[in-house]
Design a binder for this molecule. Sequence first.
Ligand SMILES: Cc1ncc(COP(=O)(O)O)c(C=O)c1O
Length: 392
Amino acid sequence: VNTSVRFQPVLPWRLALSGAKPGAVRPFPLDQPRVVTTFSGTAAIYQAGKSLRLPEGATVLVPSYNCGHEIEPFLRLGLRVECYRVMADLQIDLADVERRMRKSAGALLITHYFGFGQPLEAIRALCDRHGVMLIEDCAHALFSDNAARNLGRVGDAAVYSMRKSLPLPHGGAVLFNNSSLPLPAPLTPPPALVTHLKTLDLVKKSTLHDFAGTRSLRSLLQVAAVAPFVIGGNVLQRLQPKSSAGCYDPDDDDYAFNTSILSWDADPAALRILDAIDWRSIAERRLANYRVLAAGISSLRGFRLLLPYPHERTCPLFLPVATNKRLEVFRHLVSHRIHAGIWWDQEHPAVPWSDYPEARELKQRVLALPVHQDLDANDLQRMLAALASAPV
Ligand SMILES: Cc1ncc(COP(=O)(O)O)c(C=O)c1O
């Protein structure tokens, strides 16, 4: 049986229940002395922004192509955001950044989209010339690096969202590279229910995935075992008012989240799962999957590959393609039990979108294809076959 191709890696229940692993070695940046774990990438951006101690109303330059969760934390800190131009190939328009720095800016946020590094030397030089702090958004770039081996090490701070590349209920981090930036006071763990509900949601997806793949009695029993908890969790979530943080789901796209989540740490249970994951081969597998898929897509009509051929140290988060028939392709893939992502269609209200036509176009056209560590050669071939027959 061909199981469905999932958008993100699954969390096997055994990993969810794993105990503390004494002496577990954590991956970069979690092995660094000046790293602080957070609930999410959004919380990491908030903590990074706070430590810059910019005066109220100071300008933070942010990329025009964004999901909005990079913007909201600065607004919550009383800062002003201004977008700079990101081009159709996801590269930063450095001339536009410099023009805006000349007017006035306290900080610059750059995004290493899908794990592909931005030109850090040129960006750092611009920041130094204009006295601007630099935050590297590495939310897509866990395990990724560039030729100079300095991804995440050049910004005054770099932020991560481990939960995007690994099957964790939540988890982000800030690496404070600039030693003059103060580390935040200890953050508080999220309410236990937040961790348990999201862990359960991940386990549910993994047990359903197993059942679809094996149709065994054992996997059916596993589905039956988690079902009451999942149903109970859904009821609890529905009973919560929207503004409450008590059952907050980090995948919630709404920008009106409760500010308290920005000061949450990762729960020790989420970090235990991280310690139980064998993360060492993940970058290699993602890169190999990306290359196979990109090579196949390059000969298909109707799809534009957004990014250059990956560097050997790139760890891609997804493979983004631009297509004029995004929704039709998405539905076609679902009908083949392949789950892609309608990428970043939500628009943060603080952005004057009509001033950024390239970003808006990307918001309307980009489809993210999975390349994660759980996929095998059969999954990739199924994806390519489905894309080849898509209605583009
Ligand atoms: C580039 C980028 N930065 C930051 C974030 C925020 O990360 P998280 O979803 O973990 O809050 C996201 C995702 O929403 C993102 O795509």
